[in-house]
Design a protein around this ligand. Structure first.
Ligand SMILES: Nc1ncnc2c1ncn2[C@@H]1O[C@H](COP(=O)(O)OP(=O)(O)OP(=O)(O)O)[C@@H](O)[C@H]1O
Length: 224
């Protein structure tokens, strides 16, 4: 009984903790301190836009948050626990899409989507063809991704967002190369994700047309 109470008290604490707590992060690359003592609490239902000039360290920060790059100091807490202590839960709840298109050029769109599903270790929640239809690529499904345009490759990479069950999305320049319809499609998907209790951390050089109550803008300065 006592141990059940302890478990439920612990579960309650995890529910109350922010989805992610980024605490006192310092990053040095080469000789330069990109940022020091960076702090951010990431709450469900919110989108965080990291802004700043080229080279300020936006991608580095996203990679640190996703656990792909080590900071010089600081820690990332996932639902109150150090992310490295709950690594598998954290990784399951995280979807990271980097600034490169992140598709395999020799594989077709359909094959790329099957590949993403295999890497995730679970079958796609939607048939790959439906997913390609969702991102407007019907008719191009059999073409090797390397022969598609930059925006079309980006759409394949972003198709993962339509089947992701991760609550935390970390997206480096997701709008790059997308046309107006692609941007609108992504906006709609973001809205669904936030409404379902997800959170998004992204970089974007374009201003986002988004309701201010769910958007948090964070400016990184260029540190010489
Ligand atoms: N692998 C690396 N090794 C050493 N330094 C690196 C490495 N990758 C990036 N840097 C340096 O870190 C700094 C920040 O790079 P980062 O890509 O995080 O900036 P950014 O703000 O995302 O820039 P942009 O707006 O151009 O995408 C740059 O000065 C870059 O030269």
């Amino acid at each position: 009984m006592a141990s059940n109470q302890a478990v439920s008290a612990h579960a309650g604490a995890a529910e109350q903790a922010p989805l992610l707590d980024i605490v006192h992060i310092t990053s040095i690359r080469g000789e330069r301190t990109l940022f020091s003592d960076f702090n951010l609490q990431v709450e469900a239902g919110r989108m965080y836009q990291i802004e700043g000039p080229n080279g300020a360290g936006k991608s580095s920060l996203l990679r640190i948050i996703a656990g792909l790059l080590r900071p010089q100091s600081g820690e990332i807490r996932y639902r109150g626990e150090l992310s490295q202590h709950v690594r598998s839960e954290f990784l399951q709840d995280l979807l990271f899409i980097g600034h490169k298109a992140a598709v395999k050029p020799e594989l077709t769109g359909l094959e790329n989507l099957a590949f993403f599903a295999a890497v995730q270790g679970q079958p796609c929640a939607q048939p790959p063809f439906d997913l390609l239809e969702q991102v407007g690529l019907v008719g191009l499904e059999d073409i090797p991704a390397g022969n598609l345009s930059a925006g079309q490759q980006r759409r394949i990479a972003l198709a993962r967002l339509w089947v992701s069950s991760s609550r935390l999305w970390i997206l480096d320049e997701p709008f790059t190369s997308l046309d107006v319809a692609g941007i609108e499609m992504l906006h709609q998907r973001f809205s669904q994700h936030l409404a379902a209790g997800g959170a998004i951390i992204l970089t974007s050089h374009q201003p986002l047309d988004w309701a201010s109550q769910s958007l948090v803008r964070i400016q990184l300065e260029y540190n010489w």
